[in-house]
Design a protein around this ligand. Structure first.
Ligand code: DGT
Ligand code: CA
Ligand code: CA
Ligand code: ZN
Length: 605
């Protein structure tokens, strides 16, 4: 689904595919049309065009180029694309813009798109705010809440206003950090580009990104270079840099645009080769971890800083690198060893984590994962066939993949009716019999309804090899209701896994806040696994939950919820979260052998 991004209604990032850019153009046009009172038919046509562009597997830029004069005809033949849409697509591919889009954008105050980005505020309400109260931006909404004038709008009661206030506060406090799934690929691209610059020898990202936190304040890059000035200059002029914040001899900072319309700060520090690892350790943090390590050094009559681990300095006032002392240790490994510790993985360098509270040999790693148990196909809202999905799982080296499409209460996601699910089970079984390279399990991601009932009858659920039960709606429920809702699913004898248990979207909606210890205890007792949804917009359960769940004895299942061909790549974010929780591989059912997994799936019932 194409999300609408606030703050940059007219900007497209070069990182976005043409299909996605077009989807965004049509989405914005639909919103602008609705706000300016166009008829529903035109609005719907643009929304439809946006969906078609987002879902199309053919690259539209290539298609238009390839078809030349026939492009309009070929495009119009696609379901959901009419003549008008086809000509806009061609215009966009050939000129980089859609003129009508620009015109519409000028008719709507830019601030209204920020208002539309507030979860729960749709174009109908926002249009009323604009027409009736003259609201043109977020501040206007806040003022109208403050002086109660918002209550004069139709269907606007105290409860709705409270929800809007919540959503705005949440957006504003979560706003300035970047989710790891956006920051990490950018950092990797920067490392790749900067490593090509002449003179650059070592380069890595440090900071919270190396520790694998779910959101990132800024990206910290660390390099050594034979030509520091050239490196700094190359860094400040990288494509995507929209502002240089600082440029010194050893440190430069820039702001870079992000594909989702936001921006992030990137710091580049240039250090001397011998101190590289000590600096890497220092700038990896966390700050609290550094403070602890420094104290450990002091306790042993040593000094730890970003240049290394040193004996007690003869002249405490001179800068450490100027003191003529031989370092005790320079590499991360050696520094930890000299402080009587094993090398601590970056993910565990947090204040809340005990220094000796992990078993390095048992800690889960990416290579341990051998199955994905939560995925979608074209039967619901995915874009892969059963066989394409199986191919993808094989390419990831997995022995098992579970097909778990949506259930009937998710019409937006094209959820399967009971009859369609029965057909789907047959199709999965047939594919499974045909293939010897992988086991394909027939599953479902069945909705947990607001009261905890499941979306299919028990006799249908019993026909499936695997059942994931997930909450998708009523995510503002009171904690008490959420607890009993999820408990009902956890204790259901036919449920194997609870999918994304809280339903949160990082930085966008908080999701359910049930009584977690109660859920973890029940999951352990009933042998129901709890999911770590690896998608970076969810990471649900989150790191702290995973730690508590494992401590309570519940099993975890790290899955990608893959919908598209690149969907299984997000597994690494789930692994980072699990490592931050110090999770042992055995507690995660996705690391088990095919036999062990099959045994558990059957025995559990
Ligand atoms: P972020 O960027 O907010 O996601 O979190 P970090 O951890 O990347 O923090 P950042 O970028 O401010 O600094 C990177 C690392 O540098 C940090 O994890 C530890 C180290 N560091 C920064 N400032 C201090 C400090 O005042 N004292 C100590 N001991 N370490 C610091
Ligand atoms: Ca940082
Ligand atoms: Ca920083
Ligand atoms: Zn799903």
């Amino acid at each position: 689904m194409t999300a609408f991004h606030a703050g940059a209604p007219c900007g497209y990032s070069a990182d976005m595919s043409t299909n996605r850019q077009l989807a965004e153009v049509f989405t914005q046009m639909a919103l602008a049309l609705e706000l300016t009172g166009a008829n529903a038919f035109r609005v719907n046509a643009h929304n439809r065009a946006a969906r078609v562009c987002a879902d199309l597997t053919d690259d539209l830029a290539q298609l238009v180029e390839r078809e030349g004069d026939d492009a309009a005809q070929v495009l119009s033949a696609i379901d959901g694309i009419g003549k008008a849409t086809a000509s806009k697509i061609i215009e966009f591919v050939r000129t980089g813009e859609v003129k009508e889009h620009g015109r519409l954008m000028n008719e709507v105050p830019a601030g209204l798109f920020d208002v539309l980005a507030v979860p729960g505020l749709g174009p109908k309400t926002v249009k009323l705010m604009w027409d009736e109260l003259g609201i043109v931006d977020l501040q206007g909404v806040k003022n109208a809440i403050e002086d109660d004038s918002i209550l004069t709008l139709p269907r606007m009661g105290a409860k709705t206003v409270a929800n809007i206030t919540d959503a705005i506060t949440f957006m504003e406090t979560a706003g300035d950090r970047t989710r790891i799934g956006i920051a990490l690929p950018l950092a990797e691209a920067l490392v790749e580009t900067m490593s090509q610059v002449k003179g650059v020898k070592r380069i890595q990202y440090a900071g919270s990104l190396r520790r694998g936190t779910e959101t990132i304040g800024d990206i910290d890059l660390l390099i050594t270079s034979a030509d520091p000035l050239r490196a700094a200059e190359a860094f400040r002029t990288l494509p995507g840099v929209n502002k240089v914040l600082a440029s010194g001899e050893t440190k430069s900072s820039v702001r870079m645009s992000l594909p989702d319309g936001g921006a992030i700060q990137v710091d580049l520090r240039i250090v001397e080769q011998p101190a590289y690892e000590a600096a890497l350790m220092y700038f990896t943090g966390s700050k609290q971890h550094n403070i602890r390590m420094r104290q450990r050094a002091i306790d042993r009559g040593l000094r730890l800083n970003e240049y290394g681990l040193f004996p007690e300095p003869p002249d405490p006032d001179a800068p450490p690198q100027k003191q003529n002392v031989t370092p005790v240790a320079l590499t991360e490994q050696a520094i930890y060893e000299a402080l009587d510790l094993p090398w601590i993985p970056p993910e565990l360098r947090e204040e809340s984590v005990k220094l000796d509270g992990f078993d390095a040999a048992a800690l889960i790693d990416l290579g341990d994962i051998t199955s994905d148990l939560h995925t979608h196909t074209t039967a619901s809202d995915g874009s892969m066939s059963i066989d394409q999905l199986a191919d993808l799982a094989v390419a990831h080296g997995y022995h098992t993949v579970a097909v778990t499409d949506h259930s009937v209460s998710q019409p937006i996601a094209n959820g399967l009716s009971a009859d369609r699910l029965r057909e789907h089970i047959q199709a999965i079984r047939t594919a499974n019999e045909r293939r010897s390279d992988i086991t394909i399990l027939a599953g479902s991601e069945v909705d947990i309804l607001a009261d905890g009932r499941l979306d299919y009858d028990d006799d249908l659920l019993a026909e499936l090899d695997i059942v994931i039960a997930s909450p998708h709606s009523a995510l503002r429920q009171e904690p008490k209701a959420a607890t009993s809702r999820l408990l009902r699913a956890i204790t259901h004898p036919l449920v194997h896994i609870i999918g994304h248990p809280t339903g949160r979207y990082i930085g966008k909606r908080p999701g359910l806040s049930p009584d977690m210890p109660t859920l973890f205890a029940a999951a352990a007792e009933h042998d129901t696994a709890l999911e770590v949804n690896a998608h970076w917009s969810r990471l649900d359960l989150r790191d702290t939950h995973i730690r508590a769940a494992a401590a309570a004895g519940s099993k975890l299942s790290i899955n990608t919820d893959a919908h598209h061909a690149d969907g299984m790549d997000v597994i690494r974010y789930g692994i980072l979260a699990a490592r931050r929780a110090g999770l042992d591989r055995d507690a995660c059912i996705n690391t088990w052998s095919a036999e062990a997994l099959r045994t558990w799936l059957t025995r559990k019932r």
